[in-house]
Design a protein. Structure first.
Length: 186
């Protein structure tokens, strides 16, 4: 009671002025939070419902869950906006990059294709040459076996080996012939 008597009329005026200042700051902060939410944000619906119930968000007590959520949403929105502006600055840097001449690019691609075709032709010639050498070796071995087949067929063990060797030579000749590479024209 004593403290209540000590507060005079001027103190009451100061208290009401402080209260009015706090209310205007709360309204300003509520408006900032409202404007901080983009259109279509899920909290927009809650905000509209709350405004319909109480009229003004500044009347909500500090630390109200809706105010806290709106503050967090505003911070996320500001952070995303900042990232977008940084990314747009990077894309502007990319746009200012040197343009490539289309004709020059086509000539370079054509040169690379011709170089590839020339390398493929050399490689296929070398591989086919090796296959031809192997086929000649297989055919000469087959010819030698044919000349001595009568002699080798007298021994049963040799006969089974000759038959197996003939199969291997036939399969080798067929496999090597099928592996020849087509020679490209440069």
């Amino acid at each position: 009671m004593k403290t209540a008597r000590k507060i005079g009329l001027s103190s009451v005026g100061m208290l009401s002025a402080v209260r009015n200042a706090e209310a205007s700051l709360a309204r300003r902060e509520a408006v900032d939070l409202e404007n901080g939410l983009p259109e279509g944000h899920p909290l927009r619906n809650d905000l509209d419902k709350q405004k319909a119930l109480i009229g003004d968000l500044s009347d909500l007590p500090p630390g109200h869950p809706l105010l806290l959520q709106m503050q967090a949403a505003k911070e996320r929105y500001d952070q995303l906006a900042k990232q977008r502006t940084e990314e747009q600055g990077k894309t502007r840097e990319v746009r200012n990059a040197k343009k490539i001449d289309a004709d020059k690019a086509r000539r370079e691609a054509r040169r690379m294709e011709e170089e590839y075709a020339a390398n493929m032709m050399v490689a296929s010639k070398q591989i086919n040459s090796g296959i031809d050498n192997a086929l000649n070796g297989v055919r000469s071995l087959y010819k030698v076996m044919s000349e001595h087949e009568e002699l080798l067929n007298k021994d049963p063990l040799c006969r089974s080996r000759v038959v197996r060797l003939k199969r291997i030579l036939f399969a080798s000749e067929k496999g090597l012939s099928e592996c020849r590479l087509a020679q490209l024209r440069a």
